[in-house]
Design a protein around this ligand. Sequence first.
Ligand code: NAP
Length: 438
Amino acid sequence: MRQIAIIGSGPAGYYTAEAALKRWGTDVRIDIFDCLPVPYGLIRSGVAPDHQSIKGVTRRYEQTALAENVRFVGNVTVGRDVGVPELRQLYDAVVLATGAPRDRPLGIPGEDLGNVIGSAAFVGWYNGHPQFTDLEPDLSGRHAVVIGMGNVALDVARILSKRECEFEGSDIVNHALHALCNSGIQSITVVGRRGPHQIMMTPKELGELASLERASPRVDPRDLPDAEEDAFLEPGLRKAVAHLRSFAAIPESHHADKEIEIAFDFFAKPAALYGSGKVGEIELETTTVATGRAVGTGETYRIPADLVISCIGYRTSPIPDVPFDERAGRFASDEGRILPGLYCVGWARRGPSGTIGTNRPDGANIVERIAEDIEANALGRSGKPGGEGFDRLARDRKLEIVTFSDWKKIEEAEELAAREGSPREKFVDVAAMIRALD
Ligand code: NAP
């Protein structure tokens, strides 16, 4: 019997469990740990609340979760409630699928000013992640600046622009819905240090900006390269750039009809943030792109910024006793192998890139590596206690474990509490989740 612990119940965790079940059937026992009492990680707390169809993938994860030899072990923080060395004693393989939940710093003066917020925090806030419930971003100012030209920047710009009725069918949490619907924001500047041909946005997500009720996207045609140059782009990027071209062609009269403008500011590198206590302005340095890299020209300008959300990528949280690559912001591994019997997968292995589906082959690959190591080192014949051993430890430490059937009760309570048209109203703090079990 192989005993596997997977730390993290997001896409990487569940795809790893799915691959392990496929490989070993009933000859494996899998415990999936999560620090929250609720599963699904990024799907619950990262995917935008108005992108419900993406969240539908949890039905697939639930099939895995309900297998007899798979357990959800919620409300346990690995590194605090139980150490990685302890888990390595108990399980044949420990797989870190902890994602990349921390914001990458901007590394510019003024970053510590109020209302300068990383996307992990801001997205966590509107998605009801307990860690960010009390964020209270100040949305009363007129000018928001979103830094980064990836899909997270798009999510943030779109969520900041929507009217209340455009959130129908979403599971945005009440505190965020209320704050967003009372916001004073009239302009959102999306800042990219490189040009239109270097955006990381995907066409479907970028195209959504064109159908917002009260906002219109604006691109300065002078920023666009000659149209013939688009032919050299890979097809997805070419489609995305076609959206930018259509935004550049939007007539002034259309912009004038809208309450909010989403302006793309290309070739602009954040240099500093200014304000007293709270941010009020951002200084940007114009750039040129040379061999794919943004090169500062030394010329700077300032724009108003009452709220700054940096969407420039994420870092994995280190865990005690696990080698960490500080520069890359993820665990130090050789294609997922960290130490004997210790692995990483998904964003914790490769960094924050790709789609949710990218984690599926990632999960299959790590299971292949575990299988090779099991064969080479006779793991799985060591008689490690696995979950039974963990249960003893949890009892001794009086850990309040949340099981998958407990989660189903929390889910039911969230569904019952949903406002009309919404699939759920999430609990936004851990104590409320636990109370729902009484
Ligand atoms: P991303 O795609 O890597 O984009 C990060 C952006 O930040 C890039 O434009 C990058 O510019 C910029 N950036 C990085 N460091 C910067 C700095 N110091 N100053 C200014 N700009 C900086 O990351 P993401 O948007 O966080 O997305 C993470 C992953 O999740 C991606 O794979 C994304 O596709 C995925 N995602 C998908 C969806 C969806 O499919 N609906 C939604 C959200 C996220 P450079 O290119 O110049 O470095």
